[in-house]
Design a protein around this ligand. Structure first.
Ligand code: FPP
Length: 243
């Protein structure tokens, strides 16, 4: 299948929206006797490769789990390293994102990050707003249960204000109150590094998504691995609860 993998053409029947749990940065660094931050830096390189490759493969929306609401429990110096990487790359990658036609979306409770980072995030969203080749959703301070709680609070406030009849709340309305409201349905969720857990990622959106667990550590993930994942998706038959 090497010719197919190297084709550079969209994968027929491939996923439109791929979401990725980027796991294994720490183990990648440990294997090389490097500090964990070196793994996260290499993880940023993998993000760049995947953002470049996704549109060529036919993926028009990519959601990346960059920082979970549980990641605050990591040692303070690691959290600080991740925030520094984020702060730096939000500026240094903007030209690259624009040249790839990537439009940034944010999901999660990202407004609770440091003000200086929130400002840079808002800037990145604003300057990429006109791009349409790839919708790139970055999950920051994201937890799926927290997302559902925030959506429930929002709908409850609307009901209390008299703008919403509780009986009118259905799946579509709740779906539209989630952080992912502007994005198409998630087709495929990939987790790298061999772990087989959802880790509080897109729990509602995963209802009909295909799941793919691959052994590759995130810093080793590349265009060829992404293409293989899209091909694996295309081989699966989706029934949405039907026969
Ligand atoms: C999981 O690896 C990865 C993360 C917690 C962060 C993912 C972040 C990036 C790829 C960099 C871009 C994002 C930011 C915020 C700059 P792990 O550390 O859990 O790996 P391990 O399970 O092997 O220890």
């Amino acid at each position: 299948m090497a010719a197919e993998q190297d084709s550079g053409l969209p994968v027929p029947g491939g996923p439109r929206h791929v979401a990725i749990i980027m796991d294994g940065n720490g183990r990648w660094a440990e294997q090389r006797r490097l500090p964990r931050v070196a793994g996260h830096r290499a993880g940023v390189d993998a993000v760049r490769r995947v953002v470049r490759a996704a549109p060529e493969i036919g993926i028009d929306t990519l959601t990346l789990y960059a920082f979970s609401s549980e990641n605050w429990r990591r040692p303070a110096d690691e959290v600080s390293d991740l925030m520094s990487l984020l702060r730096h790359h939000l500026v240094s990658e903007l030209d690259e994102l624009n040249s790839n036609g990537a439009r940034i979306h944010l999901i999660g409770d990202w407004r609770r990050l440091r003000p200086e980072i929130v400002e840079r995030l808002e800037h990145a969203v604003a300057v990429t707003r006109a791009n349409s080749r790839l919708q790139l959703a970055v999950a920051l301070n994201y937890g799926a249960r927290d997302e559902l709680v925030r959506a429930a609070r929002h709908l409850a406030a609307e009901a209390r204000a008299g703008r919403l009849d509780p009986a009118a709340i259905d799946e579509a309305l709740l779906d539209g109150a989630l952080d992912t409201a502007a994005l198409p349905p998630v087709d495929l969720i990939i987790r790298t590094s061999g772990e087989q857990r959802m880790s509080n990622f897109l729990l509602w959106q995963a209802a009909y998504a295909e799941l793919l667990f691959v052994p590759t550590l995130w810093p080793d993930f590349d265009a060829a691995r992404l293409r293989e994942a899209a091909q694996a998706f295309a081989r699966r038959e989706r029934r949405y609860g039907g026969r």
